[in-house]
Ligand binder design. Structure first.
Ligand code: OFO
Length: 170
């Protein structure tokens, strides 16, 4: 059985993850509007991955006999100055999520909840990858600057990202 303090914190994290999904779906729509299909593909996959993250917490609360409570999801930003602006905002958001995950780990340690600590280890590792991917794309966008050909080449590269559904237990 999960304790109420952990249950409440994990329900808030479901909301953070669904907001992440919503933000990246908004960025995907904005990219499509700009004609950048590769960027749209990258953000759409990011949206799918964030929904998976939300569902990991959802399943975990249920598995531990807790109660999932879905909270209001705030409206994401819909206008962005440039592809670089989208990725800088993505990185800033992921840094916020990393802080949320670290705070949850601290809480699970404080509450002596070992099972939740194990669940959260997956997210600690995932956040390293998420921030790393964003940093890499930001570096490329900074090199590209105002070069339209460079942007189209990166768009082509981002179009190759493929969504891999999680296998059971992942
Ligand atoms: Fe983008 O990461 Fe979820 O947790």
């Amino acid at each position: 059985m999960i304790n109420k303090t952990i249950e409440k914190a994990l329900n808030e994290q479901i909301n953070n993850e669904i907001f992440s999904a919503y933000l990246y779906l908004s960025m995907s729509a904005h990219s499509t509007y700009l004609g950048l299909k590769g960027f749209a593909n990258w953000f759409m996959i990011q949206y799918q991955e964030e929904m998976e993250h939300a569902m990991k917490f959802y399943d975990y609360i249920n598995d531990r006999g807790g109660k999932v409570i879905l909270l209001t999801v705030k409206q994401p930003e819909g206008e962005f100055d440039s592809p670089l602006d989208m990725f800088q905002k993505t990185l800033a958001h992921e840094q916020f999520i990393t802080k949320c995950i670290n705070d949850l780990v601290d809480l699970a340690i404080e509450q002596k909840d070992h099972a939740t600590q194990i669940l959260l280890q997956w997210f600690v590792t995932e956040q390293i990858e998420e921030e790393g991917n964003d940093n890499e794309i930001i570096a490329k966008l900074q090199l590209i600057g105002e070069n339209g050909n460079g942007l189209l080449m990166l768009d082509k590269e981002l179009s190759t990202r493929i969504y891999t559904p999680p296998t059971k237990g992942e």
